[in-house]
Design a protein around this ligand. Structure first.
Ligand SMILES: C[S@@+](CC[C@H](N)C(=O)[O-])C[C@H]1O[C@@H](n2cnc3c(N)ncnc32)[C@H](O)[C@@H]1O
Length: 471
């Protein structure tokens, strides 16, 4: 470690920034949320900071440096002279774009108030630092700083309630990732405080919670930040067959993973048992995640599970996910609505509870200028196509079939309604797949080969697409 990261206390501190150009402005932007007294020394005052920063002319340099804690020399004409003035007073200094003259460098900062993260590479790889910062941005909750303030406020209370240091550390480890954290990250700090106090008074009696979380269509980058956090905090995760391996690999190593996946006709764990297990785990005081493909409330039985968990008196929350309908359409370049081609969008299931095709309002689904997205419709596609045509939908209506959407093995097939059954059979599509029926599936946007933008692992998909166009 060539550079030692340290956090300066800026309460009551004066920071002097020399310069009146963009570099000086950039540094000031980093500092404006701090409590420091900020002074900008330059010929011109930076208007952007008129309310917050004191402007001083260069001739007053000595005076403003008198009680400064830090100095930053940005874009100034007489750099060496200013540097000598700063050094003479022993003030730590940063000279922009001159690492060899710096006492300290300014890292890439993630500012969440009381929680601050800083990353630096000693000026060697700013682009790498930026990429790492973006990753950290994604995993540090927005309200982490406020939650840290609350924890600070309750430190005395918790020490009184749990005198043993090891027990107290365990308490904090659990508390900072439990229901109190969930309440704080949702912005309910009164509830978070009450939960922390309750847990500190009765450390043995932990309240469990169930989060019903949408995992999206498969690409882990399509997880929401909240889903990612909950997956990494959970004690136990009950997951569906549709949740991709890439997403499962994000689960904490010491968390229990329980597959409860169902496929058509094969209900490996009956629904009632899934619900009972969610409740039982929460009653053990565990942080339970019920991880479901796509969005939990779209053909996912999320409503039934929420009802069962709440009905058992257990705290429960739902975290939306990107439905496969949205993920597949985006990935295939099919706009689900379009001002000229589709004013209505309907999601239907192609699989009835008792098997076969469900009783749908075929007449309304057959109306033109609308998009119908069929979930679980691979097996019933021939009947669906037949019923739609019988109800009046044009047999030449464009369709798209997307299998394993947003995953490396995604397959897309384009055609028209009358050939839907053959396309599915010829391309060997077995699912999970979505049928997109409507004018939008035939737009140039969708049909323009996306192959040129595809990474090599998508070669299979590109081949299918080409085949479909030759027909
Ligand atoms: C039980 S439903 C769950 C839908 C899910 N809740 C959602 O919002 O996407 C399962 C069906 O979703 C569709 N599906 C889910 N993930 C998919 C994917 N990655 N690619 C294509 N279709 C998918 C398939 O039609 C599959 O049969």
């Amino acid at each position: 470690m060539r550079q030692f990261p340290a956090f300066f206390n800026l309460e009551g501190a004066r920071i002097v920034v020399f310069g009146d150009g963009e570099e000086a402005a950039r540094k000031l932007r980093l500092l404006v949320s701090s409590p420091a007294e900020l002074v900008q020394v330059g010929d011109v005052a930076l208007a952007e900071f008129a309310e917050r920063v004191v402007h001083s002319v260069p001739s007053a340099t000595r005076a403003v440096l008198e009680s400064a804690r830090l100095a930053i020399i940005a874009d100034v004409p007489r750099r060496a002279e200013i540097l000598a003035e700063v050094r003479a007073r022993g003030i730590p200094v940063n000279v922009v774009d001159a690492p060899e003259l710096c006492d300290f460098t300014v890292p890439s900062i993630i500012d969440r108030g009381e929680v601050v993260a800083a990353i630096g590479s000693g000026g060697n790889a700013p682009v790498l630092v930026k990429a790492l910062r973006e990753k950290l941005e994604a995993i540090i909750p927005q309200r982490a700083g406020e939650f840290a303030s609350l924890a600070g406020k309750l430190r005395g209370f918790v020490s009184g309630a749990i005198p043993d240091q090891t027990a107290r550390r365990r308490f904090w480890e659990r508390a900072l990732a439990g229901p109190a954290a969930a309440a704080a990250y949702a912005g309910d700090f009164d509830k978070a405080e009450a939960l922390l106090k309750e847990a500190a008074r009765e450390p043995q009696r932990r309240a469990g919670v169930v989060h019903i979380v949408g995992a999206g269509p498969g690409d882990p980058e399509l997880l929401t930040l909240k889903a990612l956090r909950l997956i990494q905090e959970a004690d136990v995760i009950y997951y569906d067959r549709l949740v991709s391996q890439d997403i499962l690999s994000l689960i904490r190593r010491d968390a229990a993973r329980v597959p409860v996946g169902k496929s058509k006709g094969d209900h490996s764990v009956p629904q009632a048992e899934i619900e009972a297990r969610l409740v039982a785990s929460a009653r053990e005081g565990l942080r339970v995640v019920r991880l479901k493909g796509g969005d939990p409330f779209i053909f996912g039985r999320g409503g039934e599970e929420l009802d069962a968990v709440l009905g058992a008196g257990v705290e429960a929350h739902v975290v939306p996910g990107i439905s496969s309908a949205l993920g597949c359409a985006a990935s295939a370049g099919v706009p689900l609505t379009h001002r000229d081609h589709a004013q209505t969008l309907t999601f239907v299931t192609g699989h009835a509870k008792a098997g076969g095709v469900p009783e749908l309002d075929w007449k309304s689904l057959a109306r033109p200028a609308q998009t119908v997205v069929v979930f679980m419709g691979v097996d019933t596609a021939p009947v669906i196509a037949e019923r739609l045509v019988a109800a009046g939908r044009d047999p030449s209506t464009p369709i798209a079939v997307i299998e394993n959407g947003t995953r490396p093995d995604e397959v897309r097939v384009f055609g028209v309604l009358s050939e839907l059954p053959f396309l599915i059979e010829d391309e060997g599509i077995t699912g999970p797949a979505l049928l997109i029926i409507g004018e939008v599936a035939g737009l140039p946007l969708a049909n323009a080969s996306l192959a040129q933008f595809l990474p090599p692992e998508f070669a299979g998909a590109a081949r299918h697409e080409a085949l479909a166009f030759e027909e």
